[in-house]
Write a protein that binds this ligand. Structure first.
Ligand code: N2P
Length: 357
């Protein structure tokens, strides 16, 4: 009995010491127990130091997860296995998530820094009054190309990508709407076309691009293009801007037939557990100095007017990445085409990928 008692005392003592060590470790990192925030964002879409600063300032521990397409993000949120406090969908996905009742309204009163956002990026049709979403980054879809590797040949139109001289030279971002969109735009159809004959035609046109397509890739597209593994890429504008600062032979163009203008906003999924923390995170990201550093780090364009003051003039005034309204008016924003149509776009994209095999 004595022996048993002694073992019990030893176990209790060890447990107490362990509990003390864990609590010291946590407080050393500034976390108060259980105060966590789960953030779900695109890959390569935040300066990790900003997460550290948010944790230090608020005592909230951030659990950070990434996705590489709106479709993957929505599927995960719909399934509900992991609960997220913040997600960063693009406009058509926001509209769809609202429709499916997957979002919580945002309390503007808790976001004093919202005033720094340029009104041009507020109150857009996918979320009137910004009831559910707060601007994070914006941009276009276009083509990045290596002037040296193309021997000075310029790219100005989508059709230029079909040039037989570009055999095995093109990398495509892995996005259904972006790739099908390129097919649609090259045929002068809308990026929101729902006519299945047109969509099939676009997919068939894309099939003829196959000999030129080296690979369909995720965030590694930046590394591959910067290292000149290919001379042309279908990319989001910020990825182009990021790699152009690493390789001066690269340039970015939005093809003349037209392209996509997109907006990525922060939202609070319905299943969020830390709603107050989610607002703190949004307000932190809206701080002009933080927004500027984040934009500088990821290469994407900030909708934060005040943040532009902190960016170098050659960045903030670069029309390729900060096109004015006259330019963006010619571009199309993706509409929420509804479940059935979005699945059809995905299906065609998969078929195109299979065709390459
Ligand atoms: C970041 C991708 C941004 C996607 N890696 C644009 N919606």
């Amino acid at each position: 009995m004595k022996q048993l008692m002694r073992s019990f005392v030893v176990i209790v003592a060890i447990s107490l010491v362990l509990m003390y060590v864990v609590s010291r470790l946590n407080s050393a990192q500034g976390y108060s127990g259980g105060n966590t925030l789960t953030v779900y964002n695109w890959g390569d879409y935040i300066d990790p130091e900003i997460i550290d600063e948010f944790e230090e300032e608020t005592g909230i521990k951030v659990i950070y997860q990434t996705f590489d397409s709106n479709e993957a993000m929505m599927t995960k949120i719909e399934q509900g296995g992991t609960t997220f406090d913040i997600a960063v969908p693009s406009e058509y996905a926001i509209s769809k998530m609202k429709e499916e009742d997957l979002l919580l309204p945002v309390e503007h009163k808790q976001l004093p820094n919202l005033k720094h956002i340029n009104p041009r990026f507020l109150n857009l049709s996918f979320d009137e009054g910004n009831r559910y979403s707060i601007p994070y980054f914006w941009g276009t879809v276009g083509v990045v190309y290596n002037k040296e590797m193309l021997n000075g040949k310029e790219i100005t139109s989508w059709d230029d990508l079909w040039d037989p001289e570009l055999r095995n030279q093109i990398l495509l971002a892995d996005g259904a709407r972006e790739v099908i969109g390129m097919g649609l735009n090259s045929l002068a159809y809308s990026l929101n076309d729902t006519n299945k004959t047109h969509l099939r035609e676009a997919k068939e046109k894309l099939d003829t691009l196959t000999p030129n397509v080296k690979a369909i890739v995720g965030d590694e597209i930046k590394m591959l293009l910067a290292n000149e593994e290919a001379s042309v890429g279908l990319v989001w504008s910020g990825d182009a801007s990021e790699i152009m600062s690493e390789n001066e032979d690269l340039d970015y163009v939005v093809p003349e037939e037209g392209s996509n203008l997109w907006f990525d906003n922060m939202v609070i999924p319905k299943t969020a557990k830390n709603i107050e923390g989610a607002h703190q995170f949004m307000n932190f990201m809206l701080d002009p100095e933080i927004a500027a550093r984040n934009a500088e780090y990821v290469g994407y364009s900030t909708p934060n007017e005040k943040a532009l003051d902190y960016l170098a003039d050659e960045v903030a005034e670069d029309k390729r990445f900060y096109p004015d309204e006259a330019l963006t008016e010619k571009l199309e924003v993706y509409d929420n085409l509804g479940k059935e149509m979005l699945s059809y776009y995905n299906e065609l994209f998969l078929e195109f990928k299979m065709h390459r095999k």
